[in-house]
Design a protein around this ligand. Structure first.
Ligand SMILES: [Zn+2]
Length: 381
């Protein structure tokens, strides 16, 4: 359940963004995952498959956690187009990939079935289920699972299947030169990441984080750049019941003092020193996913204030010249207990910008005020 008090509907936009939010609430735990899409990253020229498949009833012989995630991914436009246009076929990795392309092919067939013009009747999820279970046997059977874990695993599998790295690269043990400027260091670190993991899935979902350490004795600064698939956000400890997403982000990027056992080694003093550490977002991914910090697992739900429409993250950017605005595309709801709970999803149609509710085999239109009026609990994925 989600509450988004800052929601405004933008009418004339060309749906040039996709975002995605998952909120999972259990009786004792609350989870939420947010995937958002950058405003400027999708071209507005694709108009195929606008059919109103929502009027059809689609039968899923599939667990609700899987269904909710598939529906969310299916409404992320850049991913949908990559799959439906079959661009992925020429990217299939048949050497290093565990599944040799079988997972993404099965996912592609499933998405094509979902979006097929004029299709009615059940969608056969069997082949996809068979492949995801081969890739991740933990999802075998009908037991309930954490939707976030499923999403993570599915993205990993899809990425492997289309990883452009087809031969295991030689490890590069040389450290990045310290006399490069930050921009050059960031580019070099990103290049090194791409030597191992380089795919359309990475292009869409992976960002880069800058972490800055400063020595309290000599003042020496050292910056490192690491890829991230999601941002794990803490919840301010003083918040009761309600928290703004921006407060979680403020806390995430707030300067932290590393002292005592945590003291890192200063490369200039050549000794372990008390240091300050802070994070910035160096590279914003097209689709941004927030996940709650591990240590908040088990906390009771918080309502997260979150602007659906225009979330500006420029305050957290390492450089100010890049686009940092995001918007929501879907919400996964989880009700009941963690073992017997039920997942549903609200997703925004990638072309029509209308909201729909996915509840097992039922797909129905939903009004945005329904999404706005519900409660958003904070993250724990
Ligand atoms: Zn020092």
């Amino acid at each position: 359940m989600v509450q988004f008090p800052n929601w405004k509907l933008v009418k004339n936009e060309k749906s040039s963004l996709v975002e995605f939010d998952l909120d999972l609430e259990c009786s004792s735990v609350s989870l939420s995952l947010r995937l958002l899409m950058r405003l400027d990253t999708i071209s507005g020229d694709a108009h195929f498959y606008l059919r109103d498949f929502f009027s059809n009833t689609k039968h899923f012989d599939i667990s609700c956690f899987m269904n909710s995630i598939i529906q969310c991914l299916s409404n992320i436009r850049c991913l949908l187009e990559y799959i439906i246009k079959e661009d992925y076929l020429s990217d299939i990795n048949t050497t290093l990939s565990t599944m040799k392309g079988e997972l993404i092919k099965a996912f592609g067939n499933l998405l094509r079935d979902l979006w097929r013009d004029g299709a009615t009747g059940p969608v056969n999820t069997g082949p996809f289920k068979a492949q995801i279970q081969r890739f991740a046997p933990v999802f075998t059977g009908y037991a309930q699972h954490d939707a976030q874990e499923f999403l993570r695993k599915l993205l990993e599998g899809l990425h492997e299947d289309v990883n452009r790295v087809t031969q295991r690269p030689k490890p590069n043990i040389q450290e990045i030169e310290q006399d490069l400027d930050d921009r050059e260091k960031a580019i070099e670190a990103w290049k090194r990441y791409l030597r191992y993991d380089d795919s359309k899935i990475v292009d869409m979902f992976v960002g880069q984080l800058k972490s800055c350490l400063q020595c309290s004795v000599c003042g020496h600064k050292s910056n490192t750049f690491d890829p991230f698939w999601d941002l794990s956000l803490p919840i301010p400890s003083k918040s009761i019941g309600q928290v703004r997403l921006s407060n979680c982000l403020d806390l995430f990027t707030k300067e932290e003092v590393l002292d005592g056992d945590e003291k890192p080694k200063c490369s200039k003093c050549n000794e372990r020193r008390k240091m300050t550490k802070s994070f910035y977002i160096q590279k914003f991914p097209k689709v941004l996913r927030f996940s709650p910090h591990e240590r908040w697992r088990g906390k009771l739900g918080y309502i997260v204030d979150f602007p659906l429409d225009n979330l500006d993250l420029s305050n957290y950017a390492a450089c100010t010249t890049i686009s940092t605005r995001y918007r929501l595309i879907s919400v996964v709801n989880h009700s009941g207990t963690s073992l017997s709970g039920h997942y549903t999803a609200y997703c925004k149609h990638p072309y029509l910008n209308t909201w729909h509710e996915y509840n097992d085999s039922r797909v129905s239109s939903t009004r945005q005020n329904r999404i706005c009026s519900a409660e958003a609990y904070v993250p724990l994925l």
